[in-house]
Write a protein that binds this ligand. Structure first.
Ligand code: HEC
Length: 101
């Protein structure tokens, strides 16, 4: 409860922005955590990409898809707050595993 209250006061602090909530709000229709959906799983992304690559793709897939090796992109761009970008990227990277999937 105390933490929730602190988050309310600090409102936009990255510490309080929950990547899982960002995921459920914007990404869940096309990405799942560990299994392939319309887009690649977060586990797969985490195993191959850096924080910067992940944020760049969410922000402007049309600028980044070639760098990531795609021939085309169908993912919509998302205008998130910088806290939300950091939170969702941290959430994605939390699925990183040592073995390839
Ligand atoms: C309409 C479906 C759709 C939605 C919604 C969507 N994505 Fe994607 N995403 C894709 C597809 C398909 C790809 C494969 C490349 C492309 O089309 O850009 C992709 C690719 C990506 C990649 C790069 C994959 C790689 O190879 O490293 C990241 C990172 C990513 N998505 C994150 C997100 C996040 C975070 C959200 C929510 C904020 C989101 N996506 C929402 C469909 C979607």
């Amino acid at each position: 409860m105390k933490i929730l209250f602190a988050c309310f006061i600090l409102f936009s602090s990255a510490f309080c922005t929950d990547g899982k909530i960002v995921f459920e709000k914007y990404c869940w229709g096309c990405h799942h955590q560990t299994s392939l959906a319309f887009g690649p799983s977060f586990k797969e992304i985490a195993n191959h990409r850096t924080n910067g690559e992940i944020i760049a793709h969410i922000n402007k897939p049309e600028n980044s898809y070639k760098n990531l090796g795609y021939k085309r992109t169908v993912m919509p761009a998302f205008e998130l707050t910088s806290d939300e970008y950091e939170a969702i990227s941290t959430y994605i990277l939390s699925f990183k595993s040592n073995k390839k999937d």
